[in-house]
Every structure is written in structure tokens, then in C-alpha cells.
Design a protein around this ligand. Structure first.
Ligand SMILES: Nc1ncnc2c1ncn2[C@@H]1O[C@H](COP(=O)(O)OP(=O)(O)OP(=O)(O)O)[C@@H](O)[C@H]1O
Ligand SMILES: [Mg+2]
Length: 343
């Protein structure tokens, strides 16, 4: 468990004092994938660098697994840092070293013997999917492959925590997804805690369980990703949710569409974390012998399930339709709102 208490960072410039991180208090559960989202300048990088003291806090306390990071001396910090891996947007690889030697670097620093080092490097290469590229130089790798090297290097000393600062921001969407999948795989296999900084809500949506929204050095909103998506409170959070869900115009044009149906029931299904959404519609159509037409909707898949709305028309025996609705209401987490009942 990571516990952060009253953490602040001020920068004094000749003109003013900048508060990059403003009195943050936060707990992060062990084994979590914890997202921190915010716009440029919100203080995300500063925050994450305070956790391993790449930046010295102006005030406050950081405790990781009962070890108070903020009170360690330089020697103790050097040792403890091996338990905190970090990856960066621009990878920060050593350009004159091969893939293998980049990954071996933190092991050399930690004084690991050659033989053990080589075994460990090979393990890591397999883990991140770089087998065959051991002898390549960073300049010969794609962005995704470079980040895989970054991840392997960060994991070399078997850290308990992995800090990711915009680790996918330099990558295209497909490569981003592959790297996010790798992070989930590592989180599950190694059980390490991941703290992920981003300005992209779809990154949070895809892999995080918990999210904190940062603005002007503060956490302005925090919670379960699904809750934050469903009930964003702050303006900044609403804007982030719109990145994924679009603006709140889901009902646009659906009225016209509804008026073209002359029978059956039209309803709006609210998905709030339903895990079986793919199967739901076809299952209902089959089990209740009714026709279901999907009119319009937007569903997004999150780490905990599906979230969004779907307008459907159900046609057939009215009693069967009622039974189908009862099923959805009672047996799933989907909420049903009948919009129009055409008899
Ligand atoms: N070394 C520094 N000296 C002075 N000000 C700094 C320093 N580092 C960061 N800042 C300021 O602190 C604030 C937070 O910066 P930070 O880099 O943490 O934001 P960020 O959320 O990571 O932004 P981005 O999304 O652009 O990476 C900014 O106003 C920035 O200008
Ligand atoms: Mg940053």
C-alpha cells in the first residue's frame, strides 16, 4: 500500500513561487492499477517524481509498504529505489547500448553477478515480447518496442511499484493498446502496483480500477473508474469523460428514428458496468422469441464492464416483451427505461 500525506512541491522562480503539487493526500492499494489524469501543467509528472524522490518534496510524506520514502537518506534511497520502477513517454533508453544491455543496466548498478544478470535479462525479454531483438540498438526499434525495453528495464530489479509517466503518449492507438495490455499482464502476473499518469481518458478506461483527476496541483476528484465515468462531478472530469463518450448528445436524432416504428416497445438501456453485454441482446432475442432492433447507442468497454446507453425496439408478444424486461431488470445490472410503447 502506498500512502501519501500532505505532499507538496513548490518551485521558486525569480518572479514567483509555482505550486506544482498542492497538499496531496491519497492512498493507493497494493496491486492496483491507479490512474492519474490531468491536463498539461496539472502537476502529474511532478507528483509521480515525488514518489521516488526524483524530485524532493517541499513538504509531506510518502510511505510505500511501511517504508517512509521521504525520510530515507541518500544511501537508503538508492536501495529502496530498486523497488520502484519507472517508465517515461520518451523511453529514456541508452542509445549506445543494445536492448539486452539496456535491460542489464539497472542490474549492473545493483551489483548482480554476470550469470544471474544474463538469466534475468533473458526472462525479461521474454516477458515483454522482445525475443529475437536482444542485439538491436534503440534506434533500430519502433516506439512500441522501445517502450517494451523501457518496461523490461524498469522491472529488472523486481520492483513492487511501477510508475508510468505518459508511457503511451508517444505511441499510435494500436501500439498504445498493446503496451496497455502488457501492463495489465505484468500487473496480474507479478502483482505489482502500477501508477499511471496520462492525459487520455481512454487509457484510464482501458486498464485502471481507480482514478484521480488532477488540476492545479490538487486532486479534484477521485474514485472507482466506473463511478467517475457515470457521475463526473468536476468540469474537468466531465471534459475527460467526453473524450471517450463524446458530448452528451446521445439522444440526438433518436426521436425521428423512434417515430418510424409503428409497433412494439422502444426502450433505453443504461449499461452501468454490465459484464455480459455482448451476449445480452442476442440472449434475450433467443430466450423470449422477440425481435430486437438496435436503434442507436454508445457503449464503451471499461476495465469493470460496459458503460453507456442503447436505444432498442422490441417487437412481438407483449407478454414476452414484459418478461424480457423483467429479466433485464432483475438479472442484470442494466437499467431499462421504456421510452415509447406503441400498442
Ligand atoms: N523544474 C521546474 N521549475 C519550475 N517550474 C516547474 C518545474 N517543473 C515543473 N514546473 C511547473 O510545475 C507545474 C506542473 O508541471 P508538471 O510537469 O508536473 O505538469 P504535468 O501535469 O506533468 O504536465 P504535462 O502533461 O505537460 O506533462 C507546471 O506549471 C510547470 O511549469
Ligand atoms: Mg508531465
Amino acid at each position: 500500500m502506498i500512502s501519501i500525506e500532505g505532499l507538496s512541491k513548490f518551485y521558486n522562480t525569480s518572479l514567483s513561487r509555482i505550486t506544482a503539487v498542492d497538499n496531496l493526500t491519497l492512498d493507493i492499494e497494493e496491486g492496483d492499477i491507479f490512474g492519474v489524469i490531468g491536463y498539461s501543467g496539472a502537476g502529474k509528472s511532478t507528483f509521480v517524481r515525488l514518489l521516488n524522490r526524483l524530485e524532493e518534496p517541499s513538504s509531506g510524506k510518502v510511505v510505500i509498504d511501511d517504508e517512509t520514502i521521504t525520510s530515507l537518506n541518500a544511501n537508503q534511497l538508492r536501495v529502496t529505489r530498486q523497488e520502484i520502477g519507472m517508465i517515461f513517454q520518451h523511453f529514456n533508453l541508452l542509445w549506445s547500448r543494445t536492448v539486452k544491455d539496456n535491460i542489464a543496466f539497472p542490474l549492473e548498478i545493483a551489483g548482480v553477478a554476470k550469470r544471474e544478470r544474463e538469466e534475468r535479462v533473458q526472462e525479461l525479454i521474454e516477458l515483454v515480447g522482445l525475443a529475437g531483438r536482444e542485439q538491436a540498438y534503440p534506434s533500430q526499434l519502433s516506439g512500441g518496442q522501445k517502450q517494451r525495453v523501457g518496461i523490461a528495464r524498469a522491472l529488472a530489479n523486481k520492483p513492487k511499484v511501477l510508475l508510468c509517466d505518459e508511457a503511451t503518449s508517444a505511441l499510435d492507438p494500436e501500439t498504445t493498446n498493446a503496451i496497455l495490455d502488457l501492463l495489465v499482464d505484468i500487473n496480474e502476473r507479478l502483482g505489482l502496483t502500477v501508477i499511471l499518469i496520462t492525459h487520455e481518458m481512454h487509457v484510464i478506461r482501458k486498464i485502471c480500477k481507480q482514478v484521480a483527476v488532477m488540476e492545479e496541483g490538487k486532486i479534484v476528484e477521485q474514485g472507482d473508474v466506473l463511478d467517475v465515468f457515470l457521475r463526473p462531478k468536476q468540469q474537468v472530469t466531465k471534459k475527460f469523460v467526453e473524450q471517450v463518450m463524446g458530448t452528451n448528445d446521445e439522444d440526438d436524432g433518436v426521436e425521428d428514428l423512434i417515430s418510424t416504428y409503428e409497433s412494439g416497445k422502444i426502450m433505453k438501456l443504461h449499461f452501468v458496468g454490465e459484464t455480459a453485454n455482448q451476449a445480452l441482446i442476442s440472449q434475450i432475442a433467443k430466450s423470449y422469441h422477440i425481435d430486437i432492433n438496435i436503434l442507436q447507442g454508445k457503449i464503451t468497454q471499461m476495465q469493470q464492464g460496459a458503460y453507456g446507453t442503447l436505444f432498442v425496439q422490441m417487437d412481438g408478444d407483449p407478454d414476452e416483451i414484459d418478461r424480457a424486461i423483467t429479466f433485464i431488470t432483475d438479472e442484470t445490472s442494466v437499467e431499462v427505461e421504456v421510452v415509447r410503447d406503441v400498442e
